[in-house]
Write a protein that binds this ligand. Structure first.
Ligand SMILES: Cc1cc2nc3c(=O)[nH]c(=O)nc-3n(C[C@H](O)[C@H](O)[C@H](O)COP(=O)(O)O)c2cc1C
Length: 198
């Protein structure tokens, strides 16, 4: 049973609150034939209405190739239980493998754009339509996009607000310090295979 049963739509005027606190996200993408997922620490809201976000996505990634082809992507917010998988999909390329299959990541189609989003372990997702920018294609890794759909797990985000408590620690967002070390609600979590903080 996908945990997305707990998901409720988030009003678009509240979508910025989902990434306002700088969580590490999983960017999912598909060109209709191929699909992919990568980790990204650099994303932020940049406009209120319509809600727009900026995400830094290296031009050399397979993700970027799929986004250029489809003009869409989704941002999924992994909970603390997914730090190892987050680190793994941020350390490997989808050009060589289907990371969803390789890492055993189940997905469901997101309701607005149909992109694959995580079936379990994430607290929210945002569906995004790329805003074509010439400078983005030519020179920069930063992508701007409009948020066209958003949803969150009602056990941790309700009525436009995060509700972190001792009962939802597994869903709480993770924040990358570098080298596979993350902060979650004040605790540093270390992914398998990562270096200890210096
Ligand atoms: C925690 C974490 C955060 C990352 N943040 C970013 C980021 O903000 N932008 C970026 O371009 N790459 C980032 N990366 C690196 C990409 O996830 C990595 O290049 C990935 O292998 C690209 O996969 P792909 O080629 O399958 O798209 C991050 C990696 C990790 C582990």
């Amino acid at each position: 049973m996908p945990e997305t049963n707990h998901f409720l739509p988030v009003a678009l005027e509240h979508a910025s609150r989902l990434i306002n606190h700088g969580p590490t996200v999983l960017i999912t993408s598909s060109d209709g034939t191929r699909r992919n997922v990568m980790a990204a620490a650099w994303s932020m809201p940049v406009e209120f209405t319509p809600p727009r976000v900026a995400v830094v996505i290296d031009k050399n990634t397979f993700t970027r190739e799929l986004i250029s082809a489809s003009g869409t992507f989704a941002l999924c917010l992994p909970g603390s239980s997914l730090i190892d998988m987050t680190y793994a999909v941020g350390s490997t390329s989808g050009r060589a493998m289907d990371k969803f299959k390789h890492f055993g990541i189940d997905t469901v189609p997101a309701p607005v754009l149909g992109l694959p989003v995580l079936a379990s372990g994430c607290s929210a997702w945002l569906e995004c339509r790329l805003i074509p920018e010439r400078h983005c294609e030519d020179a920069y890794d930063t992508c701007f996009a409009e948020v066209v759909g958003a949803a969150a797990d009602a056990r941790i985000f309700r009525d436009g607000h995060w509700l972190f408590d001792s009962g939802n620690a597994d869903l709480q967002t993770i924040h990358h310090l570098g080298g596979g070390n993350f902060v979650c609600a004040g605790n540093v979590l270390q992914a398998t295979g990562a270096q200890a903080p210096i």
